[in-house]
Design a protein around this ligand. Structure first.
Ligand code: H79
Length: 430
């Protein structure tokens, strides 16, 4: 037996597919990064990037006041964008907890918010019909027992004396804290659909499954939340079931990722502008078309998209974020059928230039996303005789077709590009 076939749980492949069925079907979720770092508004890593000491960072805790927080409004915007699930940072690397944990004072309850912000969030998103997930940072820059990391892995020649800095810090105690908090999250908020831990960085200066006691942790998680879906960042890669899905972060996979030659579940997490936390002055915002391509391309390679919003410290999605969500929603409202329940197209369907294909195996419908509007005539190689009916998704209008002598299928598209960011042709197969 290959070592990578080792398993922790005795769940069958069919049982796993059943547990993940909604997630595979839904395809599109919202990531939310919210914490004290939304106040400096210059990257969620600001504390580390700028070497801000605990005492200098304290002012954010003291002045934190999300007075405009209304998670129901966030949920409405997520839903209108076509997202079906959401994952929020209950604690990011800075260590600040949005939830009311018994094991720390560094939490929203002790700020002007005076309450558990996660509790309200779960209720609001559930009420809008979205599935709910918790992001929990394994890394913790605030806990007194968490040994300070070399900023991984960019600064191997960091001159700091880490041995000295870490004297008296006891990871055994941090492990207990981590376990206690995950237990709270898995026990106090009802059914939780996703747990998104972040992250392990095995290696000489890193932290791995031993530092988190990942094996014990994942067993506890599944015991408390049997149906939960867990990402792959606990460093349990030696086990086939050490995580349910792969998490390519801010890059495009070239093809459907595999493990031991078998296709795996995956979800890419992406930002609007590069950072995850609210970043006021960042100008590198993607436009609606780029964002839609991220979504379509993920589905066309069998994956999901978790698209991030970094709300402001007062609790709002800023105008840029609202604009992007609205744009995606307009597209999803009419084209969602090419996303939900869809996956990579069968190999026999060849992808025409400047297009992306998705396929719904249940309805046997093939979707051609036209990234570059081709004018009138559009040929689908090798598709002669395979299509019953073709229509544009945006307005349900018929696309006339005829077989060519070469065995291709020629479609007659309107000369004018349909009034939608990326037009989609729906092909109902024979
Ligand atoms: O929560 C989000 C990120 O903060 C977190 N994962 C997503 C979901 C993440 N943290 N670190 N990383 C991902 C990879 C590490 C990147 C680093 Fe850097 C390069 C750390 C230091 C240099 C990026 C650039 C962060 C600070 C500067």
């Amino acid at each position: 037996v290959h070592s990578q076939d080792k398993k922790i749980f005795n769940e069958t492949d069919a049982q796993k597919e059943e547990r993940l069925a909604w997630w595979v079907n839904d395809r599109f979720g919202m990531f939310i990064h919210w914490g004290l770092y939304s106040m400096p508004s210059r990257h969620e890593w600001v504390k580390s990037n700028e070497h801000i000491t605990d005492s200098a960072y304290q002012k954010y805790f003291d002045l934190y006041n999300p007075d405009l927080y209304n998670p129901r409004e966030w949920a409405r915007q997520a839903k209108a964008a076509g997202m079906k699930y959401a994952v929020i940072t209950t604690k990011h690397h800075e260590g600040f907890c949005l939830f009311d944990s018994k094991f720390t004072d560094y939490k929203a309850t002790n700020t002007a918010a005076k309450r558990d912000l996660i509790k309200e969030w779960v209720d609001a998103f559930r009420a809008e019909g979205l599935k709910v997930g918790f992001y929990y940072s394994l890394i913790d820059w605030h806990h007194p027992d968490y040994t300070i990391d070399r900023v991984h892995p960019q600064r191997p020649n960091d001159p700091k004396d880490y041995d000295k800095l870490n004297k008296g810090r006891d990871m055994e105690k941090y492990r207990a804290y981590l376990k206690n908090q995950v237990k709270e999250l898995m026990s106090n908020y009802g059914k939780i659909d996703i747990l998104w831990t972040d992250f392990s960085f095995p290696g000489e200066h890193g932290k791995d499954h031993n530092d988190w006691n990942s094996l014990e942790l994942i067993k506890m998680i599944r015991k408390l939340q049997p149906g939960i879906i867990i990402n792959d960042r606990l460093d349990l890669g030696e086990y086939e079931d050490g995580g349910d899905f792969a998490t390519p972060e801010q890059y495009k996979v070239s093809e459907w990722p595999t493990r031991n030659g078998k296709r795996i579940h995956w979800e890419t997490c992406q930002t609007f502008s590069g950072s995850w936390g609210y970043y006021r002055d960042e100008t590198s915002w993607k436009d609606n078309k780029q964002l839609l391509v991220l979504l379509i391309e993920s589905v066309s390679k069998g994956g999901n998209l978790l698209l991030n919003v970094g709300p402001t410290s007062r609790g709002l999605f800023d105008a840029r974020a609202q604009d992007r969500l609205k744009g995606m929603g307009e597209w999803m409202q009419v084209n969602g059928r090419s996303i939900y329940g869809c996956t990579e197209a069968l190999a026999e369907f060849k992808r025409p230039d400047n297009s992306l294909l998705t396929y719904n195996p249940t309805t046997k419908r093939l979707y051609v996303h036209l990234l570059d509007y081709p004018l009138q005539r559009f040929e689908l190689p090798g598709m002669k005789g395979k299509v019953k009916y073709a229509q544009l998704l945006n307005d349900g209008s018929e696309v006339k077709m005829h077989n060519t002598d070469k065995g291709d299928l020629a479609l007659e598209l309107p000369v004018r590009k349909p009034d939608v960011e990326i037009p989609v042709i729906e092909l109902i197969l024979q």
